[in-house]
Ligand binder design. Structure first.
Ligand code: NDP
Length: 290
């Protein structure tokens, strides 16, 4: 039997339609519209593509966009001064600094500079701290983990009591995803490059979230029959016959996993579009914190 495919693109479209409707209503009532500032530093082609896609989505939804394209060698102070200005700008509700930054810049210091009220990526230490506290709500939930949870809930609204393997413990994906799964009353196991018997942990899991950046890491026979598999990984692998010379694959060996999973997300067309939709949702929400 083949798994249900969790179509992230379709789910993202429905979320974006709701956001567009809310923004149109604001427009009709002459209420302030949300504004998103995107900051790109340097020339990393993947970062450029992601930022272009985010800017296009803001335009489609009626969110005002302010884009800043900084030189590869931009000093830390210049970047931080720009963020401090945007923190005070009443037209800007959300500030997104595209990561990773060039090596000479401190990501940590940059993230600390963003006002938690404008942290639409949901990764400021203040919001990350609130996420980790049982009875607290962060001002924003991080975008990719939010997309992952929405995808899981689209096929299984109540995941209470389920075991979940989260492969990856980064601050923007793995760790917050595990915390959000726990908030949904699932029991996450946080796996990383030192984890032993990863295959066995996966086989015992009702949910697998793969966010390692390792192509085809999760094999079909790691998947418990009927499990929900969310593939966050985006890996470029050579493809001599393709028009671009490379193709995008996830961290899950889709061909074998689709035969055992109950539901599975593809790459591309899975978590990627959901991340952008959740960013837009957070930008709309940021209006409440003006
Ligand atoms: P990081 O490199 O920051 O983290 C990767 C994590 O995976 C680390 O915790 C690492 O362990 C762990 N890991 C790596 N290899 C293995 C392995 N073989 N077994 C077990 N654990 C492993 O990456 P990100 O969290 O930023 O991103 C993860 C993936 O998700 C990437 O492919 C990225 O491109 C993609 N991504 C996709 C998004 C989307 O919207 N679809 C958004 C953001 C990221 P350790 O801590 O020990 O090093």
């Amino acid at each position: 039997m083949s798994a249900e495919i969790i179509d992230g693109k379709k789910l993202a479209e429905s979320i974006k339609n709701e956001i567009k409707t809310a923004i149109t209503e604001r427009e009709e009532k002459s209420l302030p519209l949300p504004g998103l500032a995107t900051i790109l530093v340097g020339n990393d082609p993947a970062s450029r593509t992601y930022v272009a896609s985010k800017i296009k989505t803001t335009a489609d939804l009626g969110i005002r966009s302010f884009s800043y394209d900084l030189d590869e060698n931009c000093p830390q102070e210049e970047l931080e001064n720009l963020i401090l200005r945007l923190n005070e700008d009443p037209d800007v509700q959300g500030i997104l600094v595209q990561l990773p930054l060039p090596g000479h810049l401190s990501e940590d210091e940059v993230l600390h500079t963003i006002s938690p009220k404008k942290d639409v990526d949901g990764i400021h230490p203040f919001n990350a701290g609130l996420l980790s506290r049982k009875y607290s709500e962060p001002l924003f939930y991080p975008c990719t983990p939010s997309g992952v949870i929405r995808m899981i809930q689209s096929v299984c609204p109540d995941i209470s009591g389920m075991n979940a393997a989260v492969i990856g413990r980064s601050s923007i994906v793995g760790m917050p995803t595990a915390m959000m799964l726990s908030r949904c009353n699932a029991t996450p196991t946080i796996c990383h490059s030192y984890t032993k018997h990863l295959d066995e942990i996966c086989r015992e899991s009702d949910i697998i979230v793969a966010a390692a950046g390792s192509p085809g890491l999760v094999q079909g026979d790691w998947v418990k029959p009927g499990a929900i598999v969310i593939d966050v990984g985006i890996n470029h692998i050579p493809d001599k016959n393709g028009p671009r010379g490379y193709k995008l694959v996830g961290d899950v060996d889709f061909e074998s996993a689709v035969k055992r999973a109950g539901a599975i997300s593809p790459v591309p067309g899975g978590v990627g579009p959901m991340t952008i939709a959740m960013l837009m949702a957070n930008t709309l929400k940021a209006i409440d914190y003006r």
